[in-house]
Unconditional design. Structure first.
Length: 209
């Protein structure tokens, strides 16, 4: 089976690229992560109020998916599409925020709104709900970006589940750092960019400054 990269997205601390073309650049100095994501949200003309309740990891995945899936009807159930993401910090960004609310007995104020995002696969769930994606969803935590592991995992998912499309890639958010490289893959002979570890590594490093 041949797998093609249909579209790809790269988000760095102050820039947003789609298929190699810069779609947005923030003028913030320094860049504050939630403000930056709100800038992208408004720039793209999105109307989804739940976005502002999301943690940074979910906002990043959500924004990337909005462009990667723009050719699809959001209201149409997608049985043949799945989501598999990877990162190295899991949901630690939200975990540490939540820990601050329960650390001291005399200052105990646990927040359900924060607690709900203390699982990394919540970002996959947010996207699946928004776009009615009914195929396999998963989130893997790796010690670092590993193109070979990502390639093997994605190819296995296509082979064993019969998916036609897969939203996948690296979504790393921690301590204000943004490192996003996601793509929409398709099973078939179409397109010019083959999904393999060499191309994954190239897309990941190409836009780094």
């Amino acid at each position: 089976m041949t797998i093609q990269i249909k579209h790809y997205c790269r988000i760095l601390p102050n820039q947003f690229f789609l298929n190699g073309n810069k779609r947005f650049e923030s003028t913030q100095k320094p860049v504050e992560i939630h403000s930056f994501f709100s800038e992208i949200y408004h720039h793209l003309g999105i109307d989804y109020r739940k976005f502002f309740k999301m943690d940074a990891l979910s906002k990043a995945g959500f924004l990337a998916s909005e462009l990667l899936l723009s050719e699809f009807d959001r209201e149409q159930p997608k049985e043949d599409m799945g989501i598999i993401f990877f990162n190295q910090s899991s949901s630690l960004d939200s975990d540490e925020t939540y820990q601050q609310t329960i650390r001291e007995k005399d200052n105990f104020f646990p927040s359900p709104a924060v607690f709900v995002y203390t699982l990394p696969n919540i970002v996959a769930g947010e996207i699946a709900i928004r776009h009615k994606i009914h195929g396999e969803t998963a989130f893997y935590v790796l010690p670092r970006f590993q193109a070979g592991v990502i390639e093997e995992t994605v190819k296995s998912a296509f082979h064993h589940t019969g998916l036609k499309y897969l939203l996948t890639g690296w979504i790393e958010i921690y301590k204000g750092e943004i490192d996003i490289c996601t793509m929409l893959c398709e099973a078939g002979e179409k397109g010019a960019l083959v999904f393999n570890s060499a191309n994954l590594g190239g897309l990941y490093t190409h836009f780094e400054s």
